[in-house]
Ligand binder design. Structure first.
Ligand code: EPU
Length: 432
């Protein structure tokens, strides 16, 4: 088992480069399945969700060549199967994008139900199913496999999403790109990675308009052909580093970002007494004074992202006064609060709101990450806390953050990743 050992209390200083966006990469890799010819994808983050998806495509018969650490050529021309039911599919949420990609390409799909982070609530896919059904697919779920069948091609249709969902917007856009006729996705999500996927598909010959607004119009085309694409920077990784600097204090230039994607977090950090300045494709974050309380509600983009909720809540543990953080996207995303309590935090959760009483210091403790962003929050807590914090469950963190330990170390953090062999059975028995 790998653990992170952090000696907290050191302000962060220096420069850090942000990697390509996880949630764009995990949509664009399945999209490559719909393309005839070679897609060269650049700026891929080196994270385990990306390597899992590449392995899934390889298992299906794709020719995948790593050009360098961040660039890959994917050629799915000769894939002849619409089945993707491997066990590794259950490791990641984004495996469900194979439903849209396979339905678009073959008109049918058998795909293992997605896994991925479980924050404690249900992660339904009813809106995906509703959309594909409107496009003429017959869908059933049996023994953990989603089977979808059209008997030919998906047919374009008007689809109104009952909730703003990133996953359904992406999945339906994938299917619609190769469907017959026009699809209108109303009440679509507007996240930057949705625009990135539309740009990728359009650069391969799709006809998608309106991505980034709540009405996406897709005119289905017969064929997508290969090309080059470079993934946008990761809004959430950037926001995580911004939150870390806010928590520890210091001065960091966060490079290779799109500052517009960070407006909601920049705005909140300014309210909290943190200096945030945009400079071209960097943001500069500095804090030397006290942290101030604030109130936050997470919302779909351009609102404050749910994927930064645990990180910012952790920082607010150290603000003067009482803050509230309301989760507006997921039913339950506060499980990490029990871990923060071990460091002395004072957070009360009622329904979807956390009431956070600011305290002077967090105290280092052994902690366990239960999901990706909760893991990032615990790392921030360790960086801010006094003494030693040990974070377990780092496999979650490494699903979505590239070289987090190296990046934080380069900013002056005292953090290391250590491999601890699992305790052998006999010593556990002897331990009484
Ligand atoms: N929802 C439904 N029905 C559906 C789909 C979603 O009711 O068919 C609900 C969900 O229960 C939730 C809300 O709609 O309350 C939003 O869910 P969404 O579909 O937008 O989430 P997702 O696509 O499963 C992606 C990200 C998540 C991120 C959310 C919200 C990926 C692979 N995952 O999940 O990212 O929290 O959008 O922005 O893109 C993460 O990166 O740590 C992460 C969990």
């Amino acid at each position: 088992m790998t653990k992170y050992i952090i000696n907290g209390g050191r302000p962060l200083h220096g420069e850090v480069e942000i990697s390509g966006a996880k949630n764009a990469a995990v949509a664009i890799i399945p999209a490559a399945l719909m393309v005839d010819g070679v897609c060269r994808i650049e700026n891929l983050p080196q994270i385990s969700d990306v390597s899992t998806l590449l392995s899934i495509l390889r298992e299906m018969g794709a020719d995948i060549r790593l050009i360098n650490k961040r660039t890959v050529d994917i050629d799915c021309t000769h894939i002849g199967t619409s089945r993707a039911t491997f066990d590794m599919m259950r490791r990641i949420r984004a495996s469900y994008y194979l439903i849209g990609a396979l339905l678009g390409r073959f008109g049918n799909a058998d795909v293992a139900m997605p896994g991925g982070c479980n924050f404690g609530g249900v992660r339904p896919i009813d809106q995906h199913i509703k959309g594909f059904t409107a496009m003429g697919a017959k869908i059933g779920i049996k023994n953990g496999i989603v089977s979808a069948e059209t008997g030919g091609r998906l047919r374009g249709a008007p689809i109104y999403l009952d909730v703003v969902t990133v996953g359904a917007t992406i999945n339906l856009m994938l299917g619609a790109a190769l469907a017959e006729g026009m699809t209108y996705i109303e009440n679509a999500a507007r996240e930057p990675h949705i625009v990135d996927l539309a740009n990728f598909l359009n650069s391969m010959g799709a006809d998608i308009r309106g991505a980034g607004t709540n009405m996406i119009k897709v005119r289905g085309v017969r064929r997508l052909t290969g090309g080059f694409y470079s993934i946008i920077p990761d809004q959430i990784e950037a926001g995580t580093f911004m939150a870390a600097v806010a928590g520890t204090g210091g001065h960091v230039i966060i490079k290779d970002v799109i500052p517009k994607h960070l407006e909601s977090i920049s705005g909140k950090l300014r309210e909290m007494g943190v200096m945030v300045r945009n400079l071209g494709d960097s943001v500069i974050v500095q804090r030397s004074g006290p942290l101030l309380k604030t109130n936050i509600k997470t919302m779909p983009y351009p609102g404050f992202p749910t994927d930064l909720q645990p990180q910012i809540s952790t920082v607010l543990c150290l603000a003067d006064g009482t803050s509230t953080v309301t989760e507006g996207v997921w039913d339950n995303r506060f499980k990490y609060v029990d871990e923060l309590a071990k460091m002395g935090s004072s957070i009360r959760v009622t329904g979807r709101t956390a009431i956070i009483e600011g305290i002077q210091n967090l105290t280092g403790a052994p902690l366990k990450a239960g999901d990706l962003r909760a893991g990032a929050a615990l790392v921030i807590a360790g960086l801010c806390g006094r003494g030693e914090t040990i974070v377990e469950g780092v496999n979650y963190i490494e699903r979505g953050y590239e070289k987090m330990v190296d990046k934080l170390s380069s900013l002056g953090a005292d953090i290391k990743s250590v491999f601890v062999p699992d305790e052998p059975m006999y010593s556990r028995r002897n331990a009484g």
